[in-house]
Design a protein around this ligand. Structure first.
Ligand SMILES: *[C@@H]1O[C@H](CO)[C@@H](O)[C@H](O)[C@H]1NC(C)=O
Ligand SMILES: *[C@@H]1O[C@H](CO)[C@@H](O)[C@H](O)[C@H]1NC(C)=O
Ligand SMILES: *[C@@H]1O[C@H](CO)[C@@H](O)[C@H](O)[C@H]1NC(C)=O
Ligand SMILES: *[C@@H]1O[C@H](CO)[C@@H](O)[C@H](O)[C@H]1NC(C)=O
Ligand SMILES: *[C@@H]1O[C@H](CO)[C@@H](O)[C@H](O)[C@H]1NC(C)=O
Ligand SMILES: *[C@@H]1O[C@H](CO)[C@@H](O)[C@H](O)[C@H]1NC(C)=O
Ligand SMILES: *[C@@H]1O[C@H](CO)[C@@H](O)[C@H](O)[C@H]1NC(C)=O
Length: 412
């Protein structure tokens, strides 16, 4: 096994970070998070960049901070005042980095924390959401909303410590709705149940008091300004804003009638190029969504102390040419070499392993710096970081201390 390169890069103001894949072999590789000391160059403050652009303006009033004295964080982390997770859909680094339709996302990548070699767990969407919230995809590789994940999830662990959580879902008809897999129940649907992970745990969806923690997204704005936002916030945009698409009524579709319904259909199967120019508009809508909601959080009185915003994608794109999804990590805590090829079928059981390489963006109030790591991480490392921050028991694969480390570069 070859060691892989781990680089902590500090890039000066406005300098562009070029992404270069780390070298690797075709074999399983362990994560190596031994961190060489960071450069002593002055660190760029990404929040200041947003301020200079007129996007960020600190709230004059701040909500009272929670007393975390009963929390014993692990791994050298400390409790997050709030952790906000934006889960976008089906776009990999190959599509996102430098994409002119995603100016805000690329600005974040260039001025805040960026895990350059971060992976989904598997395909399709739902099992990635489940992995990030319960520590395993439990052998699921499909989006069927008939699936029930009767497993302990992070909401259970947070509540044990008296900590609060919500899964805000854009376009859900009402809190805790589980009446259909999509809503409205016709071709104009914009909400998909498969993107709202906490609706799949029976101990939550069968308990009205807990299901109330899955409200429409509008409630986030109220909670931010009324100092009621929970510690753990999971945000599920609707399919017009998650960069994946799929409905007749998405603004991108109505403004640009030829927008494909699925990103997958954008691929030209002969030459593997994207031949549907209107996919650009779905990407723009996703970028605008983050451009709207991230400042809403940062400019609110709830953006206090050790608060962080995470932006990531469930999985990377589907590749029709190969009739498989793009390469990436398998179900487990292990992470493939970036050179893994689907021509090598020895790792494939059903053709749906590997979640693909996706960006992980970290906006930390206390460390708003352009920190780039090339360590190989996936959704389990993110889950473990949140568990460690709140001193929770480690769920599923996150208990594998040898393979699954916390994202210490961002959350020291
Ligand atoms: C891990 O990375 C560090 C820093 O790059 C390196 O010095 C060390 O040899 C690596 N360890 C292993 C086991 O690969
Ligand atoms: C990965 O593939 C690229 C392109 O073929 C090659 O240049 C590189 O050396 C490979 N890396 C490893 C570690 O095999
Ligand atoms: C890194 O920093 C630590 C603490 O300041 C110091 O003890 C250690 O020697 C440094 N290591 C290197 C390789 O510079
Ligand atoms: C970063 O910049 C913002 C805006 O100017 C400022 O409020 C904040 O204190 C700075 N944070 C750090 C850690 O330097
Ligand atoms: C979806 O995955 C579940 C396991 O979570 C399996 O039981 C079911 O048969 C799968 N459904 C489809 C349609 O593939
Ligand atoms: C779909 O249902 C919604 C909500 O009931 C309704 O507003 C909309 O007009 C319907 N669209 C179609 C195409 O039937
Ligand atoms: C791929 O094929 C399509 C249809 O034949 C063509 O329009 C497009 O220009 C090709 N793209 C590339 C990058 O060759």
């Amino acid at each position: 096994m070859k060691p892989f390169v781990f680089v902590l890069t500090v890039v000066a103001l406005f300098q562009i970070c070029f992404y270069a894949p780390a070298s690797g072999s075709r074999h399983w590789r362990q994560q190596n998070t031994t961190q060489p000391n960071a450069s002593k160059a002055p660190l760029e403050n990404g929040t200041q960049v947003l301020q200079q652009m007129g996007i960020y303006s600190e709230s004059k009033f701040h909500c009272p901070r929670r007393d975390f004295s009963h929390i014993q964080s692990k791994e050298g982390l400390k409790p997050f005042d709030h952790v906000f997770i934006f889960m976008m859909e089906n776009s990999g680094n190959d599509v996102i980095l430098g994409n002119e339709n995603m100016p805000f996302i690329n600005l974040l990548i260039q001025h805040f924390g960026f895990a350059a070699e971060y992976y989904g767990i598997t395909h399709t969407s739902l099992p990635n959401y489940i992995a990030l919230t319960s520590g395993s995809n439990w052998w699921s590789h499909n989006d069927s909303t008939k699936q029930i994940f009767d497993h302990t999830c992070i909401a259970d662990k947070l509540e044990e410590k008296g900590l609060r959580w919500k899964n805000y879902a854009q376009s859900i008809p009402y809190a805790g709705y589980k009446g259909s897999s999509a809503y409205p129940q016709n071709s104009s649907f914009v909400w998909l149940q498969e993107h709202v992970p906490f609706l799949f745990y029976p101990q939550i969806f069968l308990d009205p008091a807990r299901a109330a923690n899955i409200p429409p997204l509008e409630e986030l704005e109220q909670d931010l300004y009324s100092c009621n936002v929970p510690e753990y916030v999971f945000i599920s945009p609707d399919i017009c804003h998650d960069m994946h698409g799929g409905s007749d009524v998405c603004p991108a579709v109505t403004e640009y009638p030829n927008t494909p319904k699925k990103l997958a259909y954008c691929y030209n199967t002969k030459n593997n190029s994207r031949n549907c120019i209107n996919i650009n508009n779905l990407w723009k809508k996703g970028d605008e969504f983050l451009r709207e909601w991230i400042p809403k959080i940062m400019n609110s009185p709830s953006w206090t102390g050790n608060s962080v915003i995470i932006v990531t994608w469930d999985e990377a794109n589907y590749n029709e040419e190969l009739d498989v999804f793009t390469e990436g990590g398998p179900d487990t805590a292990y992470i493939y070499s970036t050179n893994f090829s689907f021509a090598d079928h020895s790792f494939l059981i059903d053709g749906y392993y590997g979640g693909g390489q996706v960006p992980l963006i970290v906006i930390s109030k206390e460390k708003p710096y352009h920190i780039v790591t090339h360590a190989k991480y996936n959704h389990y490392n993110l889950l473990k970081s949140i568990e460690a921050s709140y001193g929770l028991d480690y769920l599923g694969y996150t208990s594998d201390d040898r393979q699954v480390k916390v994202l210490h570069e961002f959350f020291g």
